[in-house]
Design a protein around this ligand. Structure first.
Ligand code: GLA
Length: 471
């Protein structure tokens, strides 16, 4: 039966009801306060690595991770005092100030069995579980963060030692890591069986469940991780086998060995792996492709090759995980000169979160572009030839409007304004030049500082209400 309104309801004038106004104002204030709280919470969460808006960023970060990992330099010969000494060096040698935050222990800290309750044990080089917790808190006290390594397989990847992996213990191990103070997990699939995406999702969900923000970094490059890793809540995925401290492996086959016989790839091999380009479209805020760690400072690369590796990694928006011994960085050495170069780091960490890629390749001469959040373009001229070469390009090739353009050479630290709409320079063998090109007519959109909302709605509403009340 239809509900019939009383006959008088439409025919009589409505009486003035002040309570309606009060309800409206109260509602408006509630909305404003709610939005302000949401905004404030967002800022707090961003600062602590959490966001309330994107659950896949809940355990992650908003820029390519920066830090250090022991593996490339130390392999298995590492212990808690060495890690702490490295962390202390990072806190004072300019690395922390430049953004290198994570101090990551790789494969080495584990034992060959678990405790009777199934929990993870820590070997004596790290002082057992108590020693690991102490190390984490010492690293935190330095203003740095703490990363650890494990595998979703029964064993980790090192073929020389028997270390337990996390198979069958995902939630238990993530809880242990949270209890120890871990901020970053490198998950090395090794011989793990099962669907790689399902495994990653389980780790992501476990991180969310234990409630401690942790970066999730995976190594399962053979399973095309770029096609599923962002949706699985992964923050970074390796694109290829282990890098080693050479420019390119002789004959580009498995005949070259460095370290423990596990690595066969030089810097150029890593970059020319088709997986790197295939990954580009999957990169977005909090989700990055990882060509592996830096080899700068390890002695195997020349001066120009080290400069080129840093240039390439920054153009890729790659995680910047140093693989050297930071205790040797004094501020004036080459590793400091390259890895602490702020203009290059800004390209890597740019708020647009775009992975750069080649726009032209010509007989070993590679021309790369990376669009930046302020409308500028970063361009890298990479010479992989055995001799110095002149490299040139014009603005049309990278979609930059013609006219007065500021050209900043980031390694030289020089800027010039040009109206030629083109650039040319001689690039040394195995070297790279990186430019930042800004069209002067372009009204650059200024990206908000990291993690901050584009429009501060909560503050705006509070401002409007406060202004009205004052009238
Ligand atoms: C694999 C990884 C390396 C390193 C070693 C440790 O090879 O790719 O980065 O973690 O395992 O065993």
């Amino acid at each position: 039966m239809p509900i019939v309104p009383p006959a008088h309801s439409s025919s009589r004038p409505r009486p003035y009801r002040p309570s309606l106004w009060r309800a409206f104002v109260t509602l408006a204030i509630c909305i404003a306060v709610g939005l302000s709280v949401a905004w404030f919470t967002n800022i707090q969460n961003v600062q602590s690595g959490l966001t309330g808006t994107d659950p896949t960023l809940g355990d992650g970060f908003h820029h390519p991770a920066m830090g250090w990992n022991h593996y490339n330099h130390f392999l298995n010969a590492v212990d808690a005092p060495t890690i702490l000494a490295v962390a202390k060096a990072m806190a004072h040698n300019g690395m922390k100030a430049a953004g290198y935050t994570y101090v990551n222990i790789d494969d080495s800290w584990e034992t060959d069995h678990r405790a009777p309750d199934g929990s993870l044990l820590v070997n004596s080089a790290f002082g057992g579980v108590a020693g690991m917790k102490q190390l984490a808190s010492q690293i935190h006290a330095l203003g740095l963060k703490f990363g650890i390594y494990t595998s979703p397989a029964a064993r980790t990847c090192d073929p020389n030692v028997y270390h337990v992996g996390s198979e069958g213990h995902v939630l238990q191990d993530v809880q242990s890591f949270a209890d120890w103070g871990v901020d970053y997990i490198k998950l090395d699939y090794c011989s793990a069986t099962g669907d790689p995406a399902t495994i990653a999702r389980a780790w992501h969900d476990a991180i969310v469940k234990v409630g401690r923000p942790m970066v999730l970094s995976i190594n399962v490059y053979w399973a095309q991780p770029w096609t599923w890793a962002p949706a699985a809540g992964v923050n970074m995925w390796r694109t290829g086998p282990d890098i080693c401290e050479i420019w390119t492996a002789p004959q580009r086959d498995n005949s070259y060995r460095c370290y423990d016989g596990n690595s066969t790839r030089g810097v150029l091999d890593v970059v020319e792996n088709p997986n790197v380009l295939a990954s580009a479209a999957a990169v977005s805020q909090g989700h990055y492709s990882d060509p592996d760690m830096l080899e700068i400072g390890n002695g195997g690369l020349s001066y120009t090759e080290e400069q080129a590796q840093f240039s390439i990694w920054c153009m890729l928006a790659a995680p910047l995980i140093a693989g050297n011994d930071p205790r040797q960085m004094t501020g004036t050495d080459d590793a400091s000169r390259f890895m602490l170069q702020r203009d290059l780091i800004a390209i890597d960490q740019d708020a647009a979160n775009i992975q750069g890629k080649p726009f032209r390749t010509d007989q070993g001469l590679e021309y790369w572009v990376k669009p930046l959040a302020d409308g500028s373009k970063a361009v890298m001229l990479l010479n992989t030839d055995a001799n110095a070469q002149t490299m040139r390009f014009n603005w049309n090739e990278i979609g930059l409007p013609g006219g007065a353009t500021t050209v900043r050479d980031l390694w030289a630290g020089t800027s010039q304004v040009t109206t030629n709409n083109q650039f040319s320079a001689t690039v040394p063998s195995h070297g790279a030049i990186v430019l930042r090109l800004t069209a002067q007519a372009h009204q650059a959109w200024q990206a908000p500082p990291a993690g901050q909302p584009v429009m501060d709605v909560g503050v705006s509403l509070v401002g409007i209400l406060t202004e009205r009340r004052a009238r």
